[in-house]
Design a protein. Sequence first.
Length: 236
Amino acid sequence: MLDPFGTAADKFRHPATGPADDMHPGWPESTPFVRLPSSAVFPSGARMRLRPLLRSDGHAWRRQRIEDEEFLRPVEPTQTLPWDAAHSQQAWWNHLMYLRTAAREALVVPLVIEVEGQFVGQVTLGNIQHGSIRDCWIGYWVHSAVQGAGVATAATALGVDHAFGRVGLHRVTATYLEHNPASGRVLATNGFRHEGYLRRNLHIDGAWQDHHYVALVREDYASSAVERLRQAGRLA
């Protein structure tokens, strides 16, 4: 069986086509490429896609998350270890092994945000359920070096389209903190609708915190999330 956590990224050079795998729909697969418009970060625009997480991503994962502690710690689940220790080589392997197991059980689709061939963050489709539910949640983080270029918005669109098109889901949900309106804007731009407010929902940065709850249903739009971003001028 193909090892989706191997080091050779070229095996995912082309997006998957045809029927999705019955046992592990949508994984391990890459999404099509999209092109970001010109910005201060990418004056000539940039090609980006989502691809499976690889063993070789460990160095970039550790470096970027350690660099971005001030941005990530306030919005992520509480760490019981110091931030550097929570992003050690062993922590990377623990993270990878957890995702490897969950992906093999078709519970998670762990994806890398890749811009111009470089690792710049992650998108995860989690708690995947099929049958009469067919839903999941989507979560993401983006390295601060590429913030402001529309990477998070485009990555979310690619993740949503992958969930609906390749994983075969009907509903994608997400949450965001009251003090993180930027995340709320990313989700709203992708068509997510507000459905509720979850009190003391997750333990974030040392405290139980409330979250806005949003969702997107496949029938909400006739077009894909990527197509809607192109029509809005957010993709070249």
